[in-house]
Design a protein around this ligand. Structure first.
Ligand code: PLP
Length: 377
């Protein structure tokens, strides 16, 4: 059996045609026909009020932080169990991240700890729907409303997922998506900012266009194109948008296959995991997840290390995930200490992810399962 990678971006033949059309059209910079079609499709798939394509989820998070006017003195509650970009966006504005621990079941921020971390300086909550399984949004939004705090969803994992029938990405004031190579829908690098509060749309377009009113100028809504606010270059090129359109048009096909793989792992590994003290992903019955990650929670770090080696020796790449950000070099500089987020610290040592991608064949899937089950704890 040839080596099985952890991830491989879905190859969608139509993307070649679309990218080539974009190149031949001569309109290579952003905001052309493919950007319009891609963002319209993203709006209809998510139900978000407005979808603005961006160069990455990292940049969409930076835009969200600017749009909330985060500044020195402000505090933002954020899980330590996330990718650096969720927190960088806060720190880049000079605001202070307040790390919150996760729940041991869904690995999402523990909403019961929220009120204890809120101070008069708390401006926002940047949450992450880990593996696309929703955070407890009713409770979180209720707390946020009571304290006049804005909620931003880092929805990098959660495109197409639902919470109590509602789409993730529409449950905060804004949400950010990633189309990085490692995500379900991928353009190599890419992302989007979903905006659910219409009052933020116009300024978001300005921030994405280097702080200019270029978008309004081209729509004929203003007669001068000028510098009106801070901003940066967050608009992707038409080739990226063309690739996104092809990927989004194939979303159902991609999602169907990913879900099959996820369900097969879950069913085939259930008995084995229970017998060996290994925990499989937990999905509350009111959450629909997008099959972004399939993880195993091993009994301890030593077993996980041996498991990754065992899979590797059989030419299968399985990988761990986030290291606690509050214990990273930067996190420690910001005041993080061991024991601040005990569940995060524990889970991060024990979690391992299995290969999960569109092109994974049935025989590869069977081989991964068989190899995992033959691992001796
Ligand atoms: C992938 C990811 C990001 C970063 O996405 P980019 O598009 O690479 O910037 C941010 N947050 C989370 C939770 C992610 O998984």
């Amino acid at each position: 059996m040839a080596k099985i990678p952890f991830n491989k971006p879905a190859y969608i033949p139509e993307s070649e045609d679309y990218v080539s059309q974009a190149i031949k059209s001569g309109h290579l910079s952003g905001d052309g026909p493919f950007t319009k079609r891609g963002s319209a499709l993203l709006e209809s798939l998510t139900g978000a009020r407005k979808a603005l394509l961006t160069t990455s989820c990292t940049h969409a998070l930076e835009m969200a932080a600017i749009l909330l006017d985060l500044q020195p003195g402000d505090e933002v509650i954020v899980p330590s169990f996330t990718f650096v970009s969720t927190v960088n966006a806060i720190v880049l504005r000079g605001a202070k991240p307040i790390f919150i621990d996760i729940r041991p079941d869904t690995l999402n921020l523990d909403e019961t700890q929220l009120e204890g971390l809120i101070t008069p300086r708390t401006k926002a909550i940047f949450l992450v729907h880990y593996a696309g399984v929703s955070c407890e949004m009713d409770i979180i939004n209720q707390i946020a409303e009571k304290h006049q705090i804005r909620v931003v969803e880092d929805n990098a994992h959660g495109l197409f997922a639902k919470y109590r029938g509602k789409n993730l990405g529409t449950l905060g004031v804004m949400a950010t998506q990633s189309f990085h190579e490692t995500k379900n829908i991928s353009t190599g690098e890419g992302g989007a900012l979903l905006i659910n509060d219409p009052r933020l749309i116009e300024r978001a377009e300005i921030i994405r266009e280097k702080g200019t009113n270029r978008s309004r100028f081209f729509r004929g809504m203003v007669d001068k194109y000028t510098w009106v606010d801070i901003g940066s270059s967050y608009l992707p090129s038409e080739m990226i948008a063309a690739m996104l359109l092809a990927q989004l048009e194939a979303a159902q096909q991609i999602q169907t296959r990913r879900k099959q793989i996820w369900e097969t792992y879950f069913e085939e590994l259930s008995g084995w995991s229970t017998a060996n003290g290994i925990r499989l992903p937990f999905v509350p019955d009111y959450c629909e997840h997008p099959a972004h990650i399939f993880y195993l929670l091993m009994p301890n770090l030593e077993v996980r290390t041996r498991f990754i080696e065992w899979m590797g020796a059989h030419e299968i790449l399985s990988v761990f995930h986030y290291l606690p950000l509050h214990l990273s070099d930067m996190g420690v500089k910001l005041g993080g200490r061991p024991g601040d987020c005990p569940i995060t610290e524990d889970v991060s040592d024990r979690l391992v992810r299995l290969p999960l991608f569109f092109d994974l064949s049935d025989s590869q899937l069977a081989y991964v399962i068989e190899t995992a089950k033959s691992f001796k704890l």
